[in-house]
Design a protein around this ligand. Structure first.
Ligand SMILES: CC(C)(COP(=O)(O)OP(=O)(O)OC[C@H]1O[C@@H](n2cnc3c(N)ncnc32)[C@H](O)[C@@H]1OP(=O)(O)O)[C@@H](O)C(=O)NCCC(=O)NCCS
Length: 403
């Protein structure tokens, strides 16, 4: 009878871990990818699951930062490289990994874990919830703006990647905490932006265009037909300091010769572009799950974000995978947006799973919507209304990047 055992890895095990990940994702272990991954690999943040001496599963959590409502810059354990060797699946290897990983985060400096999931049905059982949504946004070339849209007339220029990355990182540093769900440009950002083999959708080399107040990274996807060119542009990251710079960057993309359409697979679901187009039906938006968050120490996570309205609500939280969170919690948010969270024996107002709190966190899905979906039980309609208002945010949370 095989015995699964999870433990952190040693530096010398990088090669085995990397090859396991590549095999799990049906990828070739490209050498440039291996070298890029070694740069961010921290063995103490990587777990392997062993069946006897054999490494059969693994995953790592990189050190990142996430913007929370109210502008807090909060540590995030960015879970990635999760994979189980084909032939060893559906025997609890991932479950063993998740348990080891979440237990290692408990009481640590990183009480919040997050990931971008390969498939949608995997992580809810481990207490992860959909905290941001990806808008798969497609706009045809040349789509005109409404006449009232101001386009910053200063030029958009293509830059080489090294200069583009330096400019982007500087601007991003000033802006990123303004949007709940955005992540800091950490050590893994360049690695991912440059080497997203699996996520290029057949698109070509990364390009960068900058404006004095913004930038966009994108990849052209070649396409030729007998009648002529039909390129696609895939946006990787677009950031602007002002609405007029945002408009200028979009015009740069939409007016590129040879191109049939521009797609941003990880746009915000409330992307302002949707309200700028003369013909709103010209854009297509498909909504998918984006960043999944997992509060590991629930009270610290709930107290870290700012709330939009005062509320005092008792949450009866179910958490089968991290039972230390399963309790009644009094969440008291003040008029200044700050909150205190403490265990309580008072009667509950709302009963919900920890993954539902993750879905409401950052202002993603409203608690009222979750109650309508049967996921939140409201013992008090007033408390549900108050909590819904408190968790709401001005803009939809957005996480434009994978990690
Ligand atoms: C997804 C993956 C990690 C699952 O590993 P595993 O060891 O087979 O998972 P477990 O045996 O621990 O399964 C735990 C539970 O999750 C379910 N599950 C596992 N993979 C699933 C999937 N892709 N979709 C839906 N449910 C899934 C199992 O059925 C099981 O359910 P149960 O608790 O109700 O019995 C593995 O299939 C894999 O490596 N896939 C390819 C790479 C990948 O997608 N990695 C995830 C990156 S985000």
């Amino acid at each position: 009878m095989s015995q699964l055992r999870a433990r952190t890895l040693s530096a010398s095990e990088h090669g085995a871990f990397f090859e396991l990940t590549a095999a799990a994702f049906l990828e070739e272990p490209h050498e440039d990818w291996r070298a890029a991954h070694r740069e961010v690999f921290d063995p103490e943040r990587a777990h392997g699951v062993f069946d006897g001496p054999e490494l059969v599963g693994g995953g790592e959590h990189l050190s990142s930062r996430i913007a929370l409502p109210g502008g807090a810059d909060f540590p995030l354990a960015a879970v990635t490289s999760v994979g189980v060797r084909p032939g060893h699946r559906r025997r609890g290897v991932l479950t063993e990994l998740m348990r080891a990983q979440l237990e290692s985060l408990r009481g640590s400096d990183e009480p919040l874990a997050g990931l971008v999931s390969s498939e949608g049905g995997i992580y809810g059982r481990f207490g992860y919830g959909v905290s941001t949504r990806d808008g798969v946004l497609t706009v045809p070339r040349g789509a005109p703006f409404r006449s009232t849209v101001e386009v910053d007339p200063r030029p958009v220029r293509e830059l080489d990647l090294a200069r583009g990355e330096a400019f982007a990182t500087e601007l991003h540093r000033l802006l990123w905490t303004q949007r709940p769900g955005w992540l800091a440009h950490d050590a893994n950002w360049r690695n991912r932006v440059r080497n997203q083999h699996a996520f290029q959708w057949g698109a070509g080399a990364l390009r960068c265009a900058t404006h004095p107040d913004g930038y966009v990274f994108y990849r052209p996807k070649p396409g030729w037909k007998p009648e002529g060119p039909e390129y696609g542009l895939r946006v990787v990251e677009l950031v602007a300091r002002t609405p007029a710079a945002y408009a200028a960057l979009w015009r740069h993309l939409l007016d590129t010769d040879l191109v049939a359409q521009v797609t941003w697979p990880r746009a915000a679901v409330d992307e302002p572009l949707l309200a700028m187009l003369e013909n709103p039906r010209s854009a297509e938006l498909r909504v998918l799950d984006g960043l999944w968050l997992r509060p590991v120490d629930l009270d610290r996570v709930l107290a870290a974000q700012q709330y939009s309205a005062p509320c005092e609500v008792v949450l009866d939280v179910h958490d089968a995978f991290c039972p230390w969170n399963a309790d009644r919690w009094l969440l008291r948010a003040g008029a200044d947006g700050s909150a205190e969270v403490a265990r309580t024996s008072s009667a509950p107002d709302l009963a919900l799973d920890v993954s539902d709190l993750a879905a409401a966190y950052l202002g993603g899905t409203s608690l009222t919507t979750l109650a309508a979906a049967g996921r939140v039980v409201a013992h008090s309609p007033e408390a549900l209304r108050a909590a819904t208002r408190a968790f709401a945010t001005e803009r939809a949370p957005h996480c434009p990047r994978n990690f």
